[in-house]
Write a protein that binds this ligand. Structure first.
Ligand code: GLA
Length: 718
């Protein structure tokens, strides 16, 4: 069994396939953390007591000093001066909190989290629930640890119930705390902005602590909620690496802080800047779920742990046998949706082997440009003479699947919805609302708004045979207040916004079970495990320039499987070389096209069916294979990686050079998963390679004149 309690020494151990996690109930009241790392037989480390001067302790337990101890969860004002997990303001007006261990239980499977996305369990998975109690506020705290045994992942979240007579205010709340042993850690994080999301960066964890965060109401382009914590010496292939992530799409806070003498505290959760919760007597608050993994096999294995976990426990089941290769209209026609042109698009798409036409922005309300129409979710009758349904039926006759763009959470001031319900936007009394892309944000914390959206989409799309929805979200939140909530609940708005948004996602999934959702927020502004629970793939970025894409894709693969990445070949001009280069870059994810095929050279277009046929050969490998990064385009002029299936029978190796090199050099691409005794044939060239040579490295000579140099090896075991 993965979770065990030893009554003799009060230790609770959690095991996954390759990892071990140990905690101890100290003095009958505190939860001490002992170990998180590699599973070792017969290994039974002790809790390490640390005492120091100036450090507070409880009278009968002087050797447990919260500021120096490694703990499972920590409380503001209770003698721990590091970043703490929970801060609650009580009826006396102070925020000192201290929860004592009361009991725990271990059960099969997991408990659901209300209105939020969470990972699914399988047979053999277990959950540990620890109950703690704060006698002054009379609040009960429950900490949850669910073990995803095969994936080497443990999830964490908390639940707090006010059992007292007075209301309290949760001022900071973290879902996961992990006190690591040692101090020589680097933090890997993914930062960026619109059009350059998830740039890989690795820095030492400094004294004074380091944070990643979003205060934007979305998980954001600026920081992704993923944190990797590895030893200074850890590489892609070797060394300790911990991974942390948050199953949530709104504001978050990730913290990494070195202790004064020892240890490194890592936390992730809602934080306290943009979050608060007024907890009245009898009320319960649940935090979102956070996940962690560990490996001693480097950053690459940390990624593969998370990839497997995301594929098997987070992502929805595939709807179609193959992911549809789409042609998206955005970069071809922008807001100029014209039935006739789109039908021509459809016909030509089908001719060139594309599976689906996605009609992007511009089809509804008065949406001639980005200053009007959001919120009015009915088809523009001037654009569809015989109605949307008939138009879609015509598209589908080609035959072709059909996808449609929506942006439910937003409203333009120039819209019927806003004119009727200005009180349905996020707003604060006495403040002017700020615009972004000429739009305001709907108050998704108000159930009437969510209801309005369900009714609109039911009416407009209910009988239209759609196969796919691209769900966009194109601005960050400001004036985060709600007319729907009383003053004491205004700090809840950002989180309630997410709860309302998830309610709508769930409604879509239930109402349109055969429709695939592609998530988007101005590209990859909500690229997170929360969104992945409802959407199969995410539009990785609005930037489709191939050099940038290699970097964006590289970063995205650190926590997320490539099957979540929607990658389009855009604007190749009239060059076959260019379309092939862009294709080679795009198939580090799920392939699609975004270009005006009506105005393209037939020679270039004829590459599309060939590319799709090729992609279909290894789509399964891309979707489910083990992924190995070889060269980081954020750190050099190249990107290289390979996929291998479980048996190492099929390997797809890719090399992309970003710009020309001043001097040619030989680079070795080492395929460590090649079987030593085997011979592999490259299906593209017929060339043979033996396993030993592949492990030593396929040599590629970089290019001094070719701007678009790239190579692929489709290696199949003989
Ligand atoms: C966002 C998306 C684009 C496109 C436009 C439409 O920017 O990322 O792909 O859908 O909105 O307005």
């Amino acid at each position: 069994m993965p979770i065990k309690f030893n009554k003799q020494n009060n230790k609770i151990t959690i095991t996954t396939k390759n990892t071990l996690y140990i905690m101890e109930i100290i003095g009958g009241r505190h939860l001490g953390h002992i170990y998180y790392g590699k599973k070792k037989r017969g290994f039974d480390p002790e809790f390490h007591y640390r005492c120091g001067s100036f450090t507070p302790y409880h009278e009968n337990l002087y050797q447990f000093q919260p500021d120096l101890a490694r703990t499972e969860y920590s409380y503001f004002g209770g003698g721990d001066y590091r970043c703490t997990s929970l801060k609650i303001k009580n009826a006396d007006g102070n925020s000192v909190t201290l929860f004592d261990y009361k009991k725990h239980r271990i059960f099969k499977g997991r408990a659901p989290i209300t209105r939020m996305p969470y990972a699914e369990v399988k047979d053999g998975d277990q959950t540990l629930e620890i109950t703690l109690w704060d006698s002054h506020t009379e609040c009960e705290l429950k900490l949850y640890y669910t073990v995803f045994y095969d994936c080497d992942v443990i999830s964490r979240y908390m639940k707090i119930t006010n059992k007292g007579k007075n209301a309290v205010d949760i001022e900071k709340c973290m879902s996961l705390q992990c006190d690591l042993l040692g101090r020589d850690y680097d933090i890997i994080s993914l930062h960026g902005a619109h059009c350059w999301e998830r740039m890989y960066s690795r820095n030492p964890v400094r004294l004074g602590g380091q944070t990643i965060y979003s205060r934007r109401g979305t998980s954001s382009h600026q920081f992704n909620p993923f944190m990797g914590i590895c030893r200074r010496t850890t590489t892609e292939e070797r060394g300790d690496c911990f991974g942390f992530n948050f199953v949530y799409s709104g504001n978050f806070l990730g913290e990494a802080e070195l202790g004064q003498e020892e240890g490194c505290r890592v936390q992730i959760g809602l934080g306290g800047d943009n979050f608060g919760w007024h907890l009245t007597p009898g009320e319960t608050f649940e935090s979102p779920e956070a996940v962690m993994t560990y490996t001693d096999k480097g950053i690459g294995q940390m990624s593969r742990n998370f990839h497997k976990f995301t594929r098997e426990r987070i992502l929805p089941e595939e709807i179609f046998e193959n992911r549809p290769v789409v042609l998206n209209t955005w970069e071809a026609v922008y807001f100029n949706i014209d039935e006739k042109i789109l039908l021509d698009f459809a016909e030509k798409s089908a001719k060139y082997g594309i599976d689906m036409l996605v009609m992007d922005d511009g089809w509804f309300g008065a949406r001639e440009h980005d200053r009007a129409g959001l919120g009015d979710w009915w088809e523009n009758p001037a654009k569809f003479k015989d109605g949307l349904k008939t138009f879609v039926e015509r598209v589908k006759k080609n035959p072709l699947k059909f996808g449609i763009w929506i942006e439910p959470e937003m409203v333009n001031p120039d819209s019927d919805l806003y004119r009727a319900h200005p009180e349905w936007t996020l707003r604060c009394p006495g403040r002017e609302n700020m615009l972004s892309r000429s739009q305001l944000v709907l108050d998704m914390s108000n159930p009437d708004v969510v209801e309005y959206l369900k009714e609109s989409f039911e009416k407009t799309l209910g009988d239209v045979p759609i196969d796919y929805i691209k769900w966009d979200m194109n601005r960050h939140l400001s004036e985060v207040g709600s007319d729907f909530l009383p003053p004491e609940r205004q700090k809840e708005v950002a989180h309630r916004y997410m709860l309302g948004t998830y309610d709508l996602y769930r409604w879509f999934r239930e109402r349109f079970p055969n429709v695939m959702i592609e998530n988007c927020s101005g590209g990859g502004g909500r690229y997170d495990l929360g969104m992945m629970k409802y959407s199969h793939q995410i539009w990785a970025s609005d930037n489709t320039n191939p050099e940038w894409r290699t970097k964006i894709q590289y970063g995205s693969t650190v926590p997320y499987p490539v099957s979540t990445m929607s990658c389009h070949v855009s604007h190749p001009g009239d060059s076959i070389k260019e379309i092939d280069y862009r294709y080679t870059v795009a198939i580090n994810g799920m392939l699609g096209y975004e270009m005006n095929i009506l105005h393209m050279d037939d020679k270039v277009l004829s590459r599309i069916p060939e590319q799709i046929a090729e992609y279909r050969r290894y789509e399964e490998l891309i979707k489910t294979g083990d992924y190995y990064r070889l060269l980081n385009p954020c750190e050099c002029n190249y990107c290289a990686y390979y996929f291998a299936d479980e048996a190492n029978d099929n390997i797809l190796l890719t090399f992309v050079q970003l710009t020309t090199d001043a001097k040619a050099k030989d680079i070795k691409l080492k395929v460590s998963r090649a079987d030593l005794g085997a011979t592999y044939v490259d299906k593209k060239t017929g060339e043979k390679y033996n396993g030993v040579d592949l492990r030593r490295g396929v040599v590629v000579t970089t290019n001094t004149s070719d701007e678009r140099f790239c190579r692929m090896w489709e290696l199949v075991k003989e």
